[in-house]
Design a protein around this ligand. Structure first.
Ligand code: NAD
Length: 479
């Protein structure tokens, strides 16, 4: 594959330095392409292009911009299989997952926000002597920064509402997974979106991400990534009063009550723990089980985990692929070693498991650990890999106390046949979203985001439209 290039002002352009990063395939370690290591001068050019394009773009009507979003959705849909294949190759995830989740959601993000824009109406507040009406103006130039686990899924989740509300943007995708961001730029170029509305600068966090956030002509920052990076982004953006949305890490509990439907719960909790090799911010990586059902659940859970097929991501029979990088694999394995020192017992996994022919890749067996204190490091820190800890509890109050005993508050799930209990426990958890008897059952209209160290703000549905705009009230006195 050719070296990648930045997309600035409607042109694919070379970056200004001579520095490159090798993009490696997680499943094999083989070289895919070189990624530009852009610097502040490339960011300057992209922000200038976005700024120049903003007035004309912002002057279009909602329905005109919705038409553009639909054109992008159609063009992406026509490349559905290409999106899935590139995403699977770049991330190491199974092709079936890349099709069902990544390719599918990237198209539906553009369609969904096109529909929302067409339905968007000014709010009106009547008074006896005057009428207030609220308009949503563009914020200006947006910086959109995304991680490697759901590359196009998350980038399109930001690009669609951001440009839909009349902003122009500079995207900085993860340097580890640049392929589908590059494909989106080719799609945008192909449909003829006005130059400068969407720009993309490749590069790492220090070289490209940090100068983008700090740029004096950037008005808004939407960041998805780790909590430690989020701290730096907030410290840089806040003094300039930039509009800021932070979608950060998670350490989510799956709470299993003895009255659950055991078969569907085991399947659901395995999916919550290990989807995308456990590399989803919403993954239920700590499983809390009511003590009267603990032994039965644990045995069935381990049996289901061991039945997952690990292997070639391009094989449709594969359930689990490779981890994103060698250094991330080392970090995850480090947590398994820590768990042993903390007194954990490995019920399954904990080892590397390299499929034949994939010796250069980053492979790890799905791992289940019991016997750890729920406040141990492995049970409270984000591992972001195929590692789940399992813990008994004896009452609703104890389950909620354990679930709330982390610095994170992103998601969770509750499994019970008593829906009153399901709602009661859900509402007691300090988190942005909870599912009852399901997990990652997404409706694009609902608010998405976390509390505590999982982030600030909400995106999704009308919350995205609000974040990517400035609400302005006009009050007109009656004659
Ligand atoms: P990361 O924080 O290392 O990187 C995310 C992005 O930020 C990348 O594009 C990176 O280049 C960039 N970046 C790094 N340093 C920067 C800086 N100083 N300024 C500006 N940008 C900078 O995260 P990651 O390892 O790519 O992704 C994994 C993390 O993302 C996990 O913690 C996961 O929970 C989180 N995540 C959260 C959500 C959510 O919606 N809450 C969704 C997906 C992933």
């Amino acid at each position: 594959m050719d070296d990648l290039r930045n997309y600035i002002g409607g042109q694919f352009v070379a970056h200004s330095s001579s520095q490159w990063l090798d993009n490696l395939e997680p499943a094999t370690g083989s070289h895919i392409c070189r990624v530009p290591l852009s610097d502040a001068s490339d960011i300057d050019a992209a922000v200038a292009a976005a700024r120049a394009a903003q007035p004309a773009w912002g002057a279009l009507s909602h329905s005109e911009r919705a038409d553009w979003l639909d054109r992008i959705a159609d063009a992406l849909e026509a490349r559905y299989e290409e999106v899935a294949t590139l995403e699977s190759r770049d991330t190491g995830k199974p092709i079936t997952l890349a099709r069902a989740v990544d390719a599918h959601r990237s198209v539906s993000n553009f369609r969904f926000f096109a529909g929302m824009l067409r339905e968007h109406e000014h709010e009106v507040f009547e008074m006896a002597s005057a009428t207030n009406y609220v308009i949503n103006k563009p914020v200006g130039v947006g910086a959109l920064i995304t991680p490697w686990n759901l590359p196009l899924y998350l980038l399109s989740w930001k690009v669609a509402p951001a440009i839909g509300m009349g902003n122009t943007v500079v995207c900085k995708p993860s340097e580890l997974t640049p392929l589908t961001a590059d494909l989106l730029m080719r799609v945008i170029d192909e449909v003829g979106l006005p130059a400068g509305v969407v720009n993309l600068v490749h590069g790492d966090g220090a070289g490209a991400g940090a100068p983008l956030v700090a740029h004096s002509d950037v008005d808004l920052v939407s960041f998805t990534g780790g909590t430690a990076t989020g701290e730096k982004v907030a410290a840089s953006a806040a003094p300039a009063f930039k509009k800021l949305s932070l979608e950060l890490g998670g350490k989510n509990s799956s709470i299993v009550f003895a009255d659950c439907d055991m078969e569907s719960t085991v399947a659901g909790v395995v999916r919550a723990g290990f989807l995308n090799q456990g590399q989803v911010c919403l993954c239920g990586s700590r499983v809390l089980v009511e003590d009267s059902a603990y032994d039965e659940f644990r045995d069935r859970f381990v049996e289901a985990v061991e039945a997952m097929r690990i292997g070639d991501p391009s094989d449709e029979a594969t359930d689990l692929g490779a981890l994103i990088s060698e250094s991330h694999l080392a970090k995850v394995q480090g947590y398994v070693e820590l768990a042993k020192r903390e007194g954990g017992v490995l019920l399954t996994g904990g080892t590397s498991c390299v499929p034949s022919g994939f010796e250069g890749g980053n492979w790890m067996a799905p791992t289940v650990i019991e016997g750890l204190s729920p406040d141990s490091r492995c049970a409270t820190e984000e591992i972001f890999g195929p590692v789940v800890t399992i813990h008994p509890f004896s009452s609703e109050d104890e389950a909620v106390a354990i679930a709330n005993n982390t610095r994170y508050g992103l998601a969770g799930s509750v499994w019970t046949s008593d829906l009153d209990k399901g709602r009661r426990v859900s509402e007691a958890i300090d988190t942005g979203m909870v599912w009852v008897n399901t997990w990652l059952h997404r409706d694009l209209r609902v608010p998405f985001g976390g509390v505590k160290d999982s982030g600030v703000g909400r995106e999704g549905g009308k919350w995205s439209l609000d974040f990517f705009s400035e609400a302005m009230n006009v009050c007109v006195k009656h004659d």
